[in-house]
Design a protein around this ligand. Structure first.
Ligand SMILES: *Cc1c(COP(=O)(O)O)cnc(C)c1O
Length: 376
């Protein structure tokens, strides 16, 4: 049996978690949380990184910081995870879905400007599969229309666009460290704040709306309730687990990349024969092998292939039910323009097993089974 995903374990997680316990420091913002924050800052160049409880709550915080509310519109792809949308819906904003590109499955930057109205406040690009959106174009549109950019970089940790870390380019970046992501803490995430002017407010919102972080730095002599907020701090136990993974980030990345490249090479003959499509990585993007997917001819073929792989002990996964066609999506938003690729990508795309430690022989076995399917 080849699982679709196995949560990453790098080696020192238990040792670091025991250290957090021995330190008698298990709530948030201890040494391991600080080490993780610094690691992300060093790696991406963001002004401030803050560990939070999930990729979803990183997005929630970014939505609060963006001050979106009823009457405001947020532009995002319909081909994404629900959390990208929920964050803004929770603030009362309306969603405007835009179609994706057929090569990267990312929001089509050329369609964004036409979707802007006088109510638009935020653009939320999602870096699908850890491959960057066309950020220069998106940032240029945002600047000209005075819009905030919230990058959903949940899948894009350590990926880059023109050498810049994903999540560090827009106003805010949101990472996920869920067990299905490249680096994990079980449940967790990080918010990247790229404009120094927004750091204080982010720290307050994360600390239940109090200025406790200023108090801890000795900047005020008592702390008090100053703004809206909630508890977005993860436990030190989770941060300790994550830090063991971040220390090994390059090793994990190289291992995933080897699997990704092997899939790509072994399946390229099927692509050359016009049987399926493989991922496209634009020249300015360096990705992180977050996922390997193929695109079949259509829905029936994808369903049959997934069933065939399952019969042969191989886990595969498809997603996302386009948000605009989901019950909540039509209530909270509208699709702007034509759905040329969103629904068809959902119908055609199949994700293959991909995790740290996936065996080379297993990748070959999966590729052989796919070749066998197409030979029939
Ligand atoms: C995983 C993911 C999220 C949510 O992250 P959680 O840590 O599971 O809350 C948000 N957006 C995208 C694109 C994701 O892949």
């Amino acid at each position: 049996m080849i699982s679709f995903n196995v949560p990453p374990y790098a080696g020192k997680e238990k040792e670091y978690m025991a250290e957090a316990i021995d330190n008698r420091k298990i709530c948030g913002d201890g040494d391991f949380t600080k080490k993780c924050n610094s690691w992300i800052e060093d790696r991406t160049g963001t002004a401030k990184a803050l560990l939070v409880t999930s990729g979803s709550t990183a997005l929630d915080m970014a939505a609060v910081l963006s001050e979106v509310g009823p009457g405001d519109e947020v532009i995002l792809p319909s081909y994404t995870f629900v959390s990208t949308a929920n964050a803004f819906v929770l603030r009362g904003a309306s969603l405007v879905f835009v179609d994706i590109r057929p090569d990267t499955q990312n929001i089509d930057e050329k369609l964004i400007e036409d979707a802007i109205t006088d109510k638009t406040k935020v653009i939320a690009p999602v870096h699908y599969a850890g491959v960057s959106c066309e950020m220069d174009t998106i940032m240029d549109i945002a600047r000209r229309h005075n819009l905030i950019v919230v990058e959903d970089a949940a899948q894009g940790v350590i990926s880059t666009y023109k050498g810049r870390g994903l999540g560090s380019i827009g106003d805010y970046g949101c990472y996920s460290f869920h067990e299905t992501k490249n680096y994990s803490m079980g449940e967790g995430g990080a918010l990247l704040i790229n404009d120094e002017a927004n750091i204080d407010r982010a720290e307050i919102i994360r600390e239940k709306g109090t200025d406790r972080s200023k108090f801890l730095k000795g900047m005020v002599d008592k702390y008090t309730w100053v703004d809206m907020g909630s508890s977005y701090l993860p436990s030190e136990l989770n941060a300790a687990y994550l830090y063991a993974q971040l220390e090994m980030a390059d090793v994990i990345n190289e291992n995933r990349m080897a699997s990704w490249n092997s899939y790509y090479e072994q399946l390229s003959e099927l692509e050359a024969a016009g049987r399926l499509q493989l991922p496209v990585i634009p020249e300015e993007c360096e990705h992180n092998a977050h996922m390997f997917y193929i695109k079949t001819a259509g829905l029936d073929e994808r369903v049959e292939l997934a069933a065939f792989l399952k019969e042969n002990g191989i886990g595969s996964v498809f997603h996302y039910v386009p948000l605009h066609s989901a019950p909540a999506g039509s209530r909270f938003g509208r699709f702007h323009g034509e759905d040329k690729y969103t629904t068809s990508t959902f119908e055609r795309l199949l994700r293959l097993p991909m995790y740290y430690g996936l065996k080379a022989d297993d990748v070959t076995y999966v590729c052989d089974k796919i070749k066998e399917f197409y030979a029939k």
